[in-house]
Design a protein around this ligand. Structure first.
Ligand SMILES: NC(=O)c1ccc[n+]([C@@H]2O[C@H](COP(=O)([O-])OP(=O)(O)OC[C@H]3O[C@@H](n4cnc5c(N)ncnc54)[C@H](OP(=O)(O)O)[C@@H]3O)[C@@H](O)[C@H]2O)c1
Length: 314
């Protein structure tokens, strides 16, 4: 099944972006050589990937770490699939193993039939977790986990506000915080109340009424801007403001304030998959599209509701 192939002798389908100025109009489904397996990497045959809508605005989609152009580049950083080859120095994985994980921002991504990825960015995907759920868990799960526990140091009994509680990351944060024994106040638009409560928020507060919330120990922010600024006023002295929005513009004495970018973490992915299997965590999936249809999804003006899954292989 996994016959050894020579470098460059196989062709795969992949979506590429070529020109930052052209944006989406430069996005194409093409044939590329399958990636070779390098030191510390594994090759994964991608079964399911996920779309992050604003990825085309990120510098690493277009340049390498030295700011040199790296196009054509393959978008997509979340994936679930099967390992087909192991590079020298990889640990903890085997050929034929189901895996899921987060690709480095500066490398070709998962909107392709095969991806070369560092083994440490992957975790085993249990047999009873579907590939679509596997990929849907990756970035939202890791982001929520790292925001709540690594940066937020959330503890049982604490009060936490989760902004965008019905959204992709927010819904994971609500579930993980509640599961950890926190009192969770979800925010969003009034129309999000039922969804946020359905993900396990103890209460829901319309974002317009943010100031009505009694002081909390942690705010998990996905918005930045004015909402972030207003949130600083509802945090206890000694509390924390953790944002994933890129907003870090104001400090309040006595409140720890951090903005962070999610990173791959095998141990955390294993914990996330465990909670999913135990029914303690559910995914917030949107539409499921094929690789051929994924470009139309990026182009769509419709508001994506839930994580868009690209089913690359049946
Ligand atoms: N730093 C990191 O590592 C990291 C990782 C992941 C994501 N992110 C960023 O985090 C942000 C959230 O991502 P996501 O995937 O969770 O997005 P999402 O699914 O769109 O979630 C945002 C939620 O907030 C709601 N919302 C948006 N604007 C609102 C407003 N003005 N008032 C009230 N509710 C509002 C949205 O509702 P509607 O759908 O009705 O608008 C949605 O329910 C994005 O900017 C993303 O790029 C950062």
């Amino acid at each position: 099944m996994f016959a050894k192939k020579k470098k460059g002798d196989c062709i795969m389908k992949a979506i590429v972006v070529t020109d930052q100025d052209a944006g989406l109009s430069g996005m194409k489904l093409v044939e590329l050589p399958e990636p070779p397996v390098a030191i510390n990497d594994v090759i994964v045959q991608v079964y399911a990937a996920s779309i992050t809508g604003d990825e085309l605005t990120w510098p690493p989609t277009w340049t390498d770490r030295n700011d040199r152009p790296r196009t054509p580049s393959v978008p997509g950083h979340e994936l679930a699939g099967v390992v087909t080859a192991l590079g020298y120095g990889t640990t903890g994985l085997s050929v034929g193993q189901r895996v899921f994980g987060l690709q480095d921002w500066y490398r070709n991504g998962s909107l392709a039939e095969y991806v070369a990825i560092e083994a440490r960015n992957l975790a085993p995907l249990p047999d009873d977790v579907d590939f679509n759920d596997g990929t849907a868990l990756v970035m939202p799960g890791l982001t929520a986990w790292q925001g709540l526990f690594n940066h937020g140091r959330l503890e049982a009994g604490q009060r936490v506000v989760v902004h965008g509680a019905a959204g992709i990351v927010g819904s994971m944060a609500v579930q993980l915080a509640r599961d950890a024994g926190a009192y969770v106040i979800g925010t969003g638009r009034a129309a999000h109340r039922e969804a946020a409560l359905g993900f396990g928020a103890n209460e829901f507060v319309d974002l317009n009424a943010l100031e009505s919330i009694d002081k909390v120990d942690l705010v998990f922010d996905v918005f930045g801007g004015d909402t972030a600024k207003r949130s600083l006023g509802i945090i206890n002295t000694g509390g924390k403001f953790v944002s994933i929005s890129g907003w870090n513009e104001e400090q309040v004495e006595g409140v720890y304030n951090i903005d962070f970018v999610v990173e791959a973490d095998r141990a955390q992915l294993i914990e996330i998959a465990k909670r999913f299997r135990e029914g303690r965590l559910k995914t917030n999936k949107g539409q499921v599209v094929t690789l051929a249809n994924a470009i139309a999804t990026y182009n769509s003006t419709d508001r994506a509701n839930g994580k868009t899954i690209v089913r690359v292989r049946r």
